[in-house]
Write a new protein. Structure first.
Length: 274
């Protein structure tokens, strides 16, 4: 049976993040990708120029069309922009009994542009936390969800993960890419209290556009293929680390370029296929 994953997110016109990054990541994992677009952005590697939210009724129609026809094995949720869209998506997920939901609570783009209304943060906690199999905030997003400052130590990350779980998140992955030091450490807090850390060398590159989108969609792809959650996260961490390491081999734009989603398929010397 063909593994199918669905991304519910915004469109990145430059192709490095959002729906485009998610579909590339699904394809790189040999998973069939479907999509529900909730917002359009006018953006490139240097920044976001404009955001246009899709009407909620049309988002509902997209979700109905996908779920009524495709056997969706996992769902990745990214940029939702407004409280109304969050409630619309939550209602659609409940209606169709969606499973293996990976919530990436996108708030700020790599360029610094705000992608989620401040008033919508509570809606994320109230409507999406109870439905999500896993939430994947980075350090600033975890802090924003809790109304505090970003964690500066492993102990503080542990504490914030526990607080997010107490708000209703079944499993929590706090990403350490915004931290400091030679190692980027992600903490996975599983239901029941078990913890796992996924470490990778911190790489010196500005081409990190779409890293959060890519990691969360890689986890969703692995879940769609039937991997257990901890294994799905570990495999996704290895994938994004390799995609970041190869990012400078793809010359795209003049700002924060994308990670290399197809690093395992393209020749590393000139970008051509092997």
């Amino acid at each position: 049976m063909t593994a199918i994953a669905l991304t519910i997110a915004g469109s990145d016109s430059s192709g490095g993040a959002g729906i485009q990054a998610d579909l590339k990541t699904f394809a790189a994992h040999q998973v069939y990708g479907s999509s529900v677009i909730v917002a359009l952005t006018a953006q490139n590697t240097t920044g976001v120029r404009a955001i246009h939210a899709v009407p909620g009724a049309f988002v509902s129609q997209q979700m109905d069309a996908v779920f009524e026809d495709l056997d969706v094995g996992a769902v990745k949720i990214g940029m939702l922009a407004t409280a109304e869209l969050i409630e619309t998506v939550a209602a659609g997920l409940r209606k169709h009994g969606a499973k293996n939901i990976v919530l990436d609570p996108v708030m700020i783009a790599a360029s610094g542009a705000r992608l989620l209304e401040e008033a919508a943060v509570e809606a994320v906690r109230e409507h999406l936390f109870p439905l999500a199999t896993l939430i994947t905030p980075n350090l600033p997003e975890a802090a924003a969800l809790l109304g505090t400052t970003p964690a500066q130590s492993d102990a503080a990350v542990d504490e914030q993960a526990e607080k997010l779980a107490a708000l209703g998140a079944a499993n929590v992955l706090i990403k350490g890419g915004h931290g400091s030091g030679d190692v980027s450490s992600d903490l996975l807090l599983l239901a029941g209290g078990a913890r796992r850390r996924f470490n990778a060398p911190r790489l010196d590159t500005r081409n990190t556009h779409g890293t959060g989108c890519t990691l969360s969609s890689a986890i969703a792809a692995n879940l769609a293929k039937g991997l257990p959650l901890a294994e799905a996260v570990g495999e996704a961490k290895s994938y994004i680390s390799a995609a970041i390491a190869a990012a400078d081999q793809v010359a795209v734009g003049h700002g924060h370029g994308p990670v290399h989603h197809f690093h395992q398929w393209w020749d590393k010397s000139d970008g051509s296929r092997p």
